[in-house]
Design a protein around this ligand. Structure first.
Ligand code: 13P
Ligand code: SF4
Length: 303
């Protein structure tokens, strides 16, 4: 049945001139089917540059919205339009406006994990893979960073000469990873390297042999001679890690680290989205124009 559905999706994709993009946290069968799999930065570039008329974005809402902001003439579809992001929803338009009022002299930097409505009030977006490079290219001393306080603090540690003001947001799933869970795994696999996504708390980052984005974690593990790894991020990443490194072992701390919104994509809803060309991402034009600035600045400053 799944093989049949996979075949039908591939046929429909050709017929509709569509490209399927998937984030590393998507279910394995979706990553296997996608034309492009990657981190938030890579996928934003593909969404901007790919020649197809239709993008089916297997990810969460802010990713689909960013694709629409960058490529307004393309049809951007999502298998599940209600796949949100806990972190993005920690701040709304009023929140960012208030920060701007309180700090009129600051540059407002948002993590790409924010809604289009919020991006519309920000100067530049960043992803975890591009943030350090982008901040290196910004001379402004005072930075408002939103919505992820953990990522913000990680960036701030690299720029002690700058003043940072944070929004108190986080990713519930990364933030819940505990030191105890990592140390329990370390007891069993004392030689394991600890790979940490910067959405984790400081105390977890401090245990990391490597801290970086999903693509950074994957590159690090591919290049390392170690056999065992403790991976402090969403467990969807295991698919790519295991595919690239069949002889290495990857362990997720605790029982699981699972983002339910990332798991809302199924072969069934992907198929019906393509078949009916439904679940189109819509960003109101006046918002899109304002939000575009922050994403264009992201690509420009990350070069
Ligand atoms: P990256 O893949 O850019 O590291 O981002 C992780 C994430 O939180 C996606 O929701
Ligand atoms: Fe958002 Fe966290 Fe899910 Fe990423 S893992 S989409 S930051 S809720």
């Amino acid at each position: 049945m799944d093989k049949d559905l996979t075949y039908k999706i591939k046929e429909l994709k050709k017929e509709k001139n569509a490209r399927i993009l998937a984030h590393y946290y998507q279910p394995p069968e979706i990553q296997d089917l996608a034309d492009s799999v990657g981190d938030s930065y890579y996928l934003s570039e593909i969404a901007r540059d790919c020649p197809e008329d239709v993008i089916v974005f297997c990810g969460v809402k802010f990713m689909g919205e960013s694709a629409k902001i960058l490529s307004p003439d393309k049809k951007i579809l999502m298998p599940s339009l209600d796949a949100g992001c806990f972190m993005a929803d920690t701040i709304n338009e009023e929140g960012v406006k208030k920060l701007k009022q309180e700090h009129p002299d600051a540059l407002v930097v948002c993590y790409i994990n924010s809604t289009a409505n919020v991006k519309a009030y920000c100067d530049v977006s960043v992803t975890s893979a591009s943030a350090i490079k982008i901040l290196n290219n910004i001379s402004t001393k005072k930075i408002v960073f939103l919505p992820d306080k953990n990522l913000g603090e990680y960036i701030a540690e690299q720029f002690p000469e700058k003043e940072f003001i944070f929004w108190d947001g986080c990713c519930k799933y990364h933030n819940d990873i505990s030191v105890y869970e990592i140390l329990e795994l370390k007891k069993k696999y004392s030689d394991a390297e600890v790979l940490v996504h910067p959405e984790c708390k400081k105390e977890i980052r401090e245990l990391g042999d490597y801290v970086g984005s999903t693509s950074g974690i994957i590159s690090y593990a591919n290049d390392s001679n170690n056999k065992n790894f403790i991976v402090a991020t969403e467990e969807g990443i295991l698919h790519e890690l295991n595919k690239n490194n069949p002889d290495k072992n990857f362990f997720i701390p605790g029982k699981n680290v699972l983002c339910p919104d990332m798991k809302k994509t199924t072969l069934e809803n992907l198929y019906s989205t393509l078949l009916n060309m439904e679940n189109e991402v819509d960003v109101e034009e006046s918002i899109r124009e304002k939000a575009l600035n922050s994403l264009l600045n992201m690509h420009k400053l990350a070069e």
